[in-house]
Structure formats: structure tokens, C-alpha cells
Design a binder for this molecule. Structure first.
Ligand SMILES: *Cc1c(COP(=O)(O)O)cnc(C)c1O
Length: 379
């Protein structure tokens, strides 16, 4: 196999249990958007369910419907809607839908009427993130319209919710400010007669560091995959988390070259002396950032190497110096770190991004290989 992303489902299950222990009074939503942050939505959703996730969360309705098509029957919330979205399919599939404004409520109600079944909705408030969500000034109108729709039986308000801007920076003044607005908007909705099953605002960093934000449900993404929401917050192990994904490739070529040999497009690396070059057969088409040219870390032949020269579409080179290796030997780009390999966080630091992006962008050409299936399932 040229390359593989091995996903340890036992680690993922243990991470879910650690997060549930961190938020003992709340239910847990396993966020599996964007193909489970690149880990594979369906196997990760199953593993999270096994470890006690009573909710799944996706961005798009299509992602939620794919979970249903694969046989998931538990609660699923999707939140990123655009006009003309598959409201009717979502309602018929018993998927919870998020509404951030009146246009969305109108479309959900119309679809509910058409299929003769109430839409289960979560009203989303913008408490300060400035992204999706209903502005506080418009909240009363949305709440009143949702109540009216409940009265006619086309809607059931199952949730009231919001999302943090800076939960990964403990003590940031926006955190307390958002919580205060959230509490006020929840109270306003409850005074208007809304009786939500779940109130929720916490993402991974809030789940790990901010108990007062847990309410009835926490929505964890990155931490479930064993990655810290930010290096400043701590290492995964500080929270009892373990990275689930290991990305590796088999060397496609190992050869001796003289000093002064240009390497890869643009000759941005030139061998300082006679040396051995190893070819790692993954590139930017596989999600290896081109920004890793000259900076990305890789474990080859027992040592950290650095990407030599430019990352190409399908491959990059590392300089082994005086060391030897053979075609087929393993190059580990990132993993949990306990075999001495870099982590996704090391890659994020090397290329100036966040670890969320490193794992999520791994391309479909890299097969996912699942290990750590539950005992006795035989697969
Ligand atoms: C992605 C997302 C989450 C999960 O965030 P993490 O930081 O990965 O835990 C939670 N809620 C919403 C609305 C999201 O879009």
C-alpha cells in the first residue's frame, strides 16, 4: 500500500469516554462533519455511539442523511443549511435541524406540512461569534414564530444553542460575555413557552476547560479524535486523549546522489554533499500542505527528517544524510507520537495552521484502515 491513514477506533472510544467523564452531567454529541475530520464519518460515528455518544453532529444535511443511509438511528443534528436544502428528507429521516433565522423556519415548516410530520428543530443564537445564528435583536421574532409552529404541530423545538468564538483561549473576555447572552436568550425563549430538551454551547475546548458551559449537551469534534484544540491548552495526554490517526507511506525510492544535486520542483533544496534521498509517495493531492516544503517533519529510518524541497502533487523527498533505508520502508508523517513520530500538531506548527486542518484535509486517495474494533466483532 502506497500510503495509509490508520484510524484507531479503540483510541476514539477511549477519547469519547474521557470527554464524557469531563462533562458528567451532559450528554455528548460526537461531531463527525467533514468525513469525521478526515477520519471517516461512519466508522467514527459507530465507535462514538459504542462509547456512549447519544448524539451525532454534522455541518450539512447531506452528511446527516448519509449517517441515516448507513443505518444510524440515534439523534443527529445538522446545522449548515442554505435555502432550498433537503428539509423534507431530513424531517422524514428523523434528523434534527438547526434554524438561525426566519427563512429557515419558513422552509422547515413548509416541508413539515408537505410530509405531515413535525420538524425537530434547534434554534441557534449568535451570542457573539458573528457567524451563523440569530442575532439577539431578532430572537424574539424567531422564538414566537417557532412557538406558533409548535402550536400548529409543524415544529417541535428540541434545542436552544450557540457556538463559542474563543473557547480555546481560557479567560478570553468573550467567553463569559457569550455565556451571559446565551443564558439570557435561553431564559427569553423559555418565558415564551419553549421547552427544549437540550441547551448546548460547548465545543471541545469548552468541554475540557469550562464546566459552566456544559448545560445539557456538549458537542465535541477535535478532542474526540485525540487532538488538543490548541497547543496552548495542553497536550492531548493532559486530558487523557490519544490521537486516533496515524498517517504513513511506503518509501517509493531510495538512492545515492552526489553533492550539489537539486531536489524537486524549483530546486529549492540542493544536497549539501553526497547523500541518500528517499521518496515519500504522498503530496498535496493527498492533503500534504505545499507549505510543508522545507519544513514538514517525517519519521524515516528512526529519525525525524524534514521535507527536502517542494511538496509536489503526489510525492516529496527527504534527505537521509548518512543513513540508509530501503524502498518499502515506512515513513510516518504523524501519529500519536509514542513511536517517536511527529504529531498532527507538529505538522500544524511547521506549516502555520491548526491540527484540525492537517487531519481534515487528508485526501480520499489515502485509504483509511481501521483498527481497534470492539472485542468479538470479528472485523
Ligand atoms: C465543528 C463544530 C463543533 C466541534 O468543534 P471542536 O472544536 O472540533 O470540538 C461544535 N459545534 C459546531 C457548531 C461546529 O461547527
Amino acid at each position: 500500500m502506497r500510503a495509509r491513514a490508520v484510524v484507531d477506533l479503540a483510541a476514539l472510544r477511549a477519547n469519547v469516554r474521557a470527554l464524557r467523564a469531563a462533562a458528567p452531567r451532559a450528554e455528548l454529541m460526537a461531531v463527525v462533519k467533514s468525513d469525521g475530520y478526515g477520519h471517516g464519518a461512519l466508522p467514527c460515528a459507530r465507535a462514538a455511539r459504542e462509547a456512549g455518544a447519544s448524539w451525532l453532529g454534522t455541518a450539512t444535511p447531506e452528511e446527516a442523511l448519509a449517517l441515516r443511509a448507513a443505518g444510524d438511528t440515534g439523534r443527529v443534528l445538522c446545522w449548515l443549511w442554505t435555502p432550498g436544502g433537503p428539509w423534507r428528507e431530513a424531517i422524514e429521516a428523523d434528523v434534527d435541524v438547526s434554524l438561525s433565522g426566519m427563512w429557515a423556519l419558513r422552509e422547515a415548516v413548509a416541508a413539515a406540512r408537505a410530509c405531515g410530520r413535525a420538524a425537530r428543530v434547534h434554534l441557534k443564537a449568535d451570542t457573539g461569534l458573528g457567524r451563523n445564528g440569530c442575532q439577539p435583536e431578532d430572537w424574539a421574532e424567531l422564538v414566537a414564530a417557532a412557538r406558533a409552529a409548535e402550536a400548529e404541530g409543524t415544529v417541535r423545538v428540541a434545542g436552544l444553542w450557540s457556538h463559542f468564538a474563543c473557547a480555546d483561549e481560557p479567560g478570553h473576555p468573550s467567553i463569559a460575555a457569550q455565556l451571559e447572552v446565551f443564558r439570557a436568550l435561553v431564559a427569553q425563549a423559555e418565558q415564551a413557552g419553549i421547552r427544549p430538551e437540550v441547551r448546548h454551547i460547548a465545543n471541545s475546548p469548552a468541554t475540557l476547560t469550562l464546566p459552566e458551559s456544559h448545560f445539557d449537551l456538549v458537542r465535541t469534534g477535535i478532542a474526540m479524535y485525540g487532538i488538543s484544540p490548541s497547543p496552548e491548552l495542553g497536550h492531548p495526554a493532559d486530558f487523557g486523549l490519544r490521537p486516533a490517526m496515524t498517517l504513513s507511506a511506503s518509501l517509493a525510492s531510495v538512492k545515492r546522489v552526489p553533492g550539489g544535486h537539486g531536489v524537486s520542483y524549483g530546486h529549492r533544496y540542493v544536497t549539501p554533499g553526497p547523500t541518500t534521498l528517499a521518496l515519500v509517495p504522498v503530496g498535496y493531492a493527498d492533503g500534504i500542505p505545499r507549505h510543508a516544503s522545507g519544513t514538514g517533519p517525517v519519521l524515516v529510518a528512526g529519525k525525524w527528517r524534514t521535507v527536502a524541497g517542494t511538496v509536489a502533487m503526489d510525492q516529496f523527498v527527504v534527505d537521509l544524510g548518512g543513513d540508509s533505508a530501503a524502498p518499502g520502508d515506512e515513513a510516518v508523517l504523524f501519529g500519536p507520537g509514542d513511536r517517536g513520530e511527529p504529531t498532527a500538531e507538529d505538522w500544524a506548527r511547521a506549516v502555520g495552521t491548526i491540527a484540525y486542518e492537517i487531519v481534515t484535509r487528508i485526501g480520499t486517495r489515502v485509504p483509511r484502515v481501521y483498527v481497534g474494533h470492539p472485542e468479538g466483532t470479528g472485523n
